[in-house]
Design a protein. Structure first.
Length: 367
């Protein structure tokens, strides 16, 4: 019997579980290794911070999904891979061999520039850890006059987190201050979108610092010499690959992500597929975004089944433009699609409908 090993329960892997529940391939043992029973949907994190959702609304229960697909689920973390031997090492359980491997483990927050800030740093990833810590941040802000939160990172995540945190503090009745440090605000988005975001930050009284920053014991030091003290430095500073990939034997790109072809198959090991943040394409430019993980999921699922059962592989062709709906704290959002943009409460309702629909798609009632 062949073994298909699914490592990580990310957005793309959800589509794999969905496809396996329909196809149920014969003669294949399927194992899912994931550090948590729940997959947090990152698109709803700002809404949770702002108080629009509770925790249960923002996550997908992998256990009934796995059971529906006849997949054995192990709650554990992969800490090593030897691709030439088709073997993964787990943090707690015994090593696992495989015939076919699917990687969707996401990425980690790159904290290299903020290390000197020590325990003040709160990385946005892993999301499970952030969910646990954030309520204590709000509680501390309510208990200390002049509390200061610095969000470092100018991408969509940094913008949404800064606006959501500011709104959460205002709803809690605290005068806590939020600053956004972004050496480049929303790279890849149109100037009109950046203008809308700058106005949203001003309305929320979030001060924008458009320079680079490095961590200090007190907070951060800006490139212009300004010292910004902080109680918490929330890191949305971009992604880095899991370190165990470096010794895996897989072909990696210059940033240590798994190099894949147009089928999202490893360029060095045809028995390994990868999607989401853990993967890197050389033939197309793709931002590290959940948008691509979601869209690549059905292609990943089809190619795993094709490899098991025999058949042609499908190419994942990223859309030339991706739609981004940026939450602004209150039930208000900004839409970004190429050179086009819009904003308003109606954009929030649009985003809310998409996000709730995605989570509901993978919700299987308990028996």
């Amino acid at each position: 019997m062949k073994r298909l090993l699914l490592v990580g329960g990310g957005h793309a892997q959800l589509s794999v579980l969905e496809a396996l529940a329909r196809a149920r391939p014969a003669g294949v043992e399927i194992v899912l290794v994931t550090p948590s029973r729940y997959q947090v949907y990152s698109g709803m994190l700002p809404g949770w911070i702002a108080g629009h959702y509770d925790k249960a609304q923002c996550r997908i229960d992998l256990e009934p999904l796995a059971r529906s697909a006849r997949v054995r689920m192990l709650t554990d973390r992969v800490v090593g891979l030897v691709a030439d031997q088709r073997r993964v090492t787990l943090q707690e359980g015994p090593p696992l061999g495989y015939d076919l491997l699917s990687l969707d483990v996401g990425s980690e927050t790159n904290l290299s520039s903020l290390q000197a800030a020590g325990e003040k740093v709160l990385p946005v990833k892993p999301l499970d850890g952030f969910f646990e810590v954030w309520p204590a941040v709000v509680s501390a802000a309510c208990g200390k006059r002049g509390y200061r939160l610095l969000v470092v990172g100018g991408g969509a995540a940094g913008v949404e987190l800064a606006l959501a945190a500011s709104y959460a503090f205002s709803q809690a009745g605290t005068n806590a201050r939020v600053d956004l440090v972004a050496c480049e605000l929303l790279p890849g988005h149109a100037p009109r979108v950046r203008s809308r975001v700058i106005r949203a930050l001003a309305r929320a009284r979030v001060r924008l610092h458009d320079v680079e920053a490095t961590g200090t014991q007190e907070g951060v030091l800006l490139a212009d010499g300004t010292a910004l003290p902080a109680d918490v430095v929330l890191a949305a500073t971009g992604a880095r690959a899991s370190q165990w990939l470096e010794t895996s034997g897989l072909a990696l790109d210059a940033h240590h992500y798994v190099a894949v072809d147009e089928f999202h198959r490893s360029r060095s090991h045809p028995d390994v597929f990868a999607a989401g943040d853990v993967s890197a394409r050389a033939d197309v430019v793709m931002a590290r975004s959940g948008v691509h993980a979601v869209h690549a999921g059905p292609v990943l699922a089809a190619n795993l089944l094709a490899t098991l059962q025999g058949g042609p592989l499908r190419t994942y062709s990223p859309r030339r433009r991706s739609l981004y709906l940026l939450a602004c704290g209150p039930r208000y959002a900004i839409a970004s699609w190429g050179s086009l943009s819009a904003e308003g409460q109606w954009v929030w309702r649009w985003k809310d409908r998409i996000d709730r629909g995605f989570v509901a798609r993978f919700a299987i009632p308990e028996r």
